[in-house]
Design a protein around this ligand. Structure first.
Ligand code: FES
Length: 63
C-alpha cells in the first residue's frame, strides 16, 4: 500500500529500510522520497516505523 502518495513510497519500502536500520522519518528520507511534499503522510509513516521496529510483520488495518 502507498504510504506517501507524493513520493510513491509503499509500506514494503519502509519495512525494508527499517530492517536496514532506519528508525525515524529522517532516516527514511536518506533513501526514500517520503514526506518531502505535502506532509500528509508524516503521522502514518511514524506509525509504520514504530510497528516495524516492534517486529510486526505487517500493519493490521482492523478497527
Ligand atoms: S503524501 Fe507524503 S509528502 Fe505528500
Amino acid at each position: 500500500m502507498y504510504v506517501c502518495l507524493c513520493g510513491g513510497v509503499t509500506d514494503s519500502q519502509i519495512k525494508e529500510q527499517v530492517k536496514l536500520g532506519a528508525a525515524s522519518v529522517a532516516d527514511l528520507q536518506k533513501t526514500l522520497p517520503i514526506g518531502l511534499c505535502c506532509g500528509t503522510c508524516d503521522v502514518v509513516t511514524e506509525q509504520f516505523i514504530k510497528k516495524f521496529l516492534s517486529g510486526a510483520k505487517d500493519i493490521s488495518y482492523a478497527a
